[in-house]
Design a protein around this ligand. Structure first.
Ligand SMILES: [Zn+2]
Length: 338
């Protein structure tokens, strides 16, 4: 095990001192999809001290093409991504402390996870949560690294509180992607490139080599061979509510009362009760088996109805697959779960 990190230490910008720093650092990855699983594997192989990874979803067959931590058994058994990730990451490097949480990232629960975190990696798929990450990053002075990809396109940007313009400062300047994974699909090289840049930037932060950070917003299309690196330094805004002099962290004070959400590209509605519900899966199975075929594992229970499928997590969250209609989903929810 002694030469486990030897090749990384031979790289002089890291060296043995950098390796010691990496071993004492803590990375938080929000989202364990394609970007999250690629990043997690890289940090764990590199010998990060602690990795926290959170995700609300479970592994499906359509994930396996690009979400490198998961396998057919995970999809077969609908294992939550955080749980499957933890299992596979521990097999890769047993020296790393891994905290895996099956939960939805929200403004009211992410703050509790930030103690001791050195860098936050964006593995999310939407701007609602990215603005929350952006506010938290500045409130707690923790760098975060934005990443997104769709089709053959990707974008990466490193945000250092107090130094760079934040997401809130630059959003209007960011060229719109205009597409989602739903409409444009996604190929794995786009994921790998975004993740590689995120991890490289994180390494620089973890070994305190801040002068080498990219300092540009990077955009590429790996299919049409386009590559743009945009300087944003002058876009830092004095009046920005996240990073300016009169900051209010607007995305943290906003209480999200929405209990329903259409999941991008999934033909699925998520319903989140306002309080946590500790379901008894035994009772639930008895109740639901009259309506359709029930399957379960320790983390979730699913019920296949004629045209829809319900997936119920222990904390009370429910996915209703087969519709994007919130009202229809709510009526099914109330009809079957009270
Ligand atoms: Zn800002």
């Amino acid at each position: 095990m002694t030469d486990r990190y030897s090749r990384q230490q031979l790289f002089k910008q890291i060296g043995s001192n950098g390796q010691k720093k990496i071993k004492n650092k803590h990375v938080l990855i929000v989202g364990a999809g394609a970007l999250g699983s690629a990043g997690a594997e890289a940090f764990v192989r590199a010998g990060i001290g602690k990795l926290t990874i959170i995700d609300r979803d479970y592994v499906e067959w359509s994930n396996l093409q690009r979400q490198q931590l998961y396998n057919e058994a995970d999809a077969e058994h609908q294992i939550p991504k955080a749980i499957a990730a933890e299992k596979h990451l521990k097999q890769i490097n047993s020296e790393v402390e891994i905290e895996a949480l099956v939960m939805e990232a929200r403004s009211d629960n992410l703050g509790n996870l930030l103690s001791g975190v050195d860098v936050i990696i964006d593995g999310t798929d939407n701007f609602d949560i990215r603005f929350i990450l952006n506010d938290l990053s500045h409130k707690y002075s923790i760098p975060w690294i934005y990443g997104s990809c769709v089709g053959s396109y990707g974008a990466v940007y490193t945000i250092i509180p107090g130094r760079t313009p934040c997401l809130h400062c630059i959003l209007k300047e960011v060229p719109p992607g205009g597409a989602t994974c739903d409409t444009a699909g996604i190929i794995s090289p786009a994921v790998q490139i975004v993740s590689a840049y995120q991890v490289a930037e994180a390494f620089k932060i973890l070994v305190d080599d801040f002068s080498m950070l990219r300092n540009t917003f990077l955009l590429f299309d790996v299919w049409s061979n386009q590559h743009h690196s945009i300087k944003l330094t002058k876009m830092k805004k004095e009046g920005c509510l996240t990073c300016g002099t009169m900051r209010t962290y607007p995305y943290l004070s906003y209480e999200n009362q929405m209990k329903t959400e259409v999941l991008c590209g999934r033909n699925t509605v998520q319903i989140r009760p306002s309080r946590s519900i500790g379901y008894s899966f035994d009772q639930l199975e008895k109740r639901l088996c009259a309506h359709g075929k029930v399957a379960r594992n320790p983390y979730l229970l699913s019920c296949q109805l004629q045209n829809y499928r319900l997936v119920i997590f222990r904390d009370g969250r429910v996915f209703i697959h087969g519709t994007n209609n919130i009202q229809l989903a709510k009526s099914l929810y109330h009809r079957l779960l009270g």
